[in-house]
Design a protein around this ligand. Structure first.
Ligand code: ATP
Ligand code: MG
Length: 403
């Protein structure tokens, strides 16, 4: 490998005035986390870009991981060289030769960041282009659609050469935008919603409602596996598993059948909000999508949302199912989500769930029973698991350990 560093270009963070330092520090920490299996790397985060010195580590393996890190617009493997024109010419030839340039088309794209450099951009393009044409056999110029585009950047500290620009995941660094609770089922939607929220910089903790024996260990495993996918981009991922069976059974027994779904969703929302408060989060994220199923009509959302004034973020609200599936494929959750599983919601789904529940009715029905002790019990028996993204799951014994 002829390259010795990786140049990382920041995404939107470049435009964020005074928060910039914080953003860069967060991105640096996230990059360091995903690359911790490569001990020789050296990461240098500057104001406008980041450099990763390879020190012999494998670029291709690193690239696979870097592509997942939110907050990176693009990155390139680069040769860092001296600025002397003769050196730039010589190293350009070396780089192009290492990419088997003979017989290919090319173009040179120079950029002069150091305005004191004696050669201007156009001049550099011509000098280097001419030198490459005479040094490498069968090389041809194509300025519109070249096989190889040699980028030469002259900066204050050094000159940088590369022929590759790899697209990053975009967005903002995870953790730069506050904490939210993700209602995580084993379905396709909620993990995608979680990734989209992380892509906007949120730190996410998962809340999963589990109803043994009606939902199986296999279903729980699925949620753990999805959590691990999230941990791969967010560092550690915390998952709160709520044992929901008892409360659900009381709902079935005490609420008219066509309102069980609405009440159950309200209970899930209340409990999630309680966890959010304890964990000092500021929002709840879910995978709801307008009109998809009975509980996701606007009337249902209106009835369910009444139980909290915490912001409920629904990143998928307006997406078509096919687009969601595409995103699930991109985030690599689709295969896991497609494994069969029983969700606590589907198991107790009434034959005729109300698609247009009313707030006054659901409030009346909820007065028929004292839910508080059951909600409290569910919250107190939460199982909290810390997942680190490399198959390391640590059971945190007490939910309260984390506070
Ligand atoms: P998903 O694919 O995410 O399960 P869905 O289209 O199947 O979504 P619903 O089952 O109606 O829709 O669930 C709507 C949202 O409620 C989910 O996206 C998720 O955020 C939340 N949710 C559903 N079931 C659970 C659960 N068992 N634990 C936590 N959250 C859940
Ligand atoms: Mg579901």
């Amino acid at each position: 490998m002829i390259y010795d560093e990786i140049l990382v270009r920041y995404g939107e963070i470049s435009t964020k005035g005074k928060n910039r330092k914080l953003f860069i520090e967060r991105l640096r920490a996230n990059v360091q986390y995903v690359l911790k299996g490569f001990p020789n790397l050296k990461i240098i985060a500057q104001r406008d870009r980041m450099y990763i010195k390879l020190n012999g580590e494998n670029f291709d393996e690193i690239a696979v991981r870097l592509k997942k890190v939110f907050g990176i617009q693009s990155f390139s493997p680069v040769m860092r060289i001296g600025k002397d024109l003769e050196e730039v010419k010589e190293k350009s030839v070396q780089l192009m030769e290492s990419l088997n340039a003979s017989g290919k088309t090319f173009k040179v794209q120079a950029k002069r960041v150091d305005k004191e450099y004696p050669h201007r951009t156009n001049e550099l393009n011509q000098i280097l282009g001419g030198h490459l044409l005479t040094s490498i056999e069968n090389l041809k110029v194509d300025v519109h659609n070249p096989d190889l585009e040699l980028k030469v950047e002259i900066r204050k500290d050094a000159a940088y050469l590369t022929c590759e620009v790899i697209k990053g995941a975009g967005g903002l660094p995870v953790g730069s935008g506050g904490k939210a609770m993700l209602m995580l089922s084993g379905g396709i939607d909620s993990p995608v919603a979680g990734f989209l929220a992380m892509r906007r910089g949120l730190q996410i903790e998962g809340v999963h409602f589990f109803s043994p024996p009606f939902t199986s260990e296999r279903s729980k495993q699925k949620v753990l596996d999805l959590s691990e996918k999230m941990a791969q981009v967010s560092g550690k991922f915390i998952l709160h598993i709520v044992h929901f069976t008892e409360l659900q059974q009381e709902i079935i027994q005490n609420v008219p059948e066509n309102y069980t779904m609405t009440v159950m969703r309200r209970m899930m929302m209340r409990i999630t909000d309680e966890i959010r408060e304890r964990r000092k989060g500021l929002a709840i994220v879910n995978g709801e999508n307008i009109g998809q199923v009975a509980s996701q009509t606007l009337e249902s959302m209106y009835a369910i949302n009444e139980v909290t004034n915490t912001p409920i973020l629904r990143p998928l609200l307006t997406y078509d199912k096919n687009d969601i599936i595409e995103l699930a494929r991109d985030f690599d959750t689709l295969e896991t989500s497609n494994r069969p599983y029983e969700d606590c919601c589907t198991i107790f789904v009434p034959a005729q769930p109300k698609t247009n529940p009313r707030r006054d009715k659901v409030n009346l029905y909820e007065t028929y029973f004292d839910w508080e002790p059951y909600i409290e019990k569910a919250v107190e028996s939460i199982e909290t698991i810390e997942i680190t993204g490399s198959n390391n799951k640590k059971e945190v014994n007490e939910f309260t350990d984390l506070f």
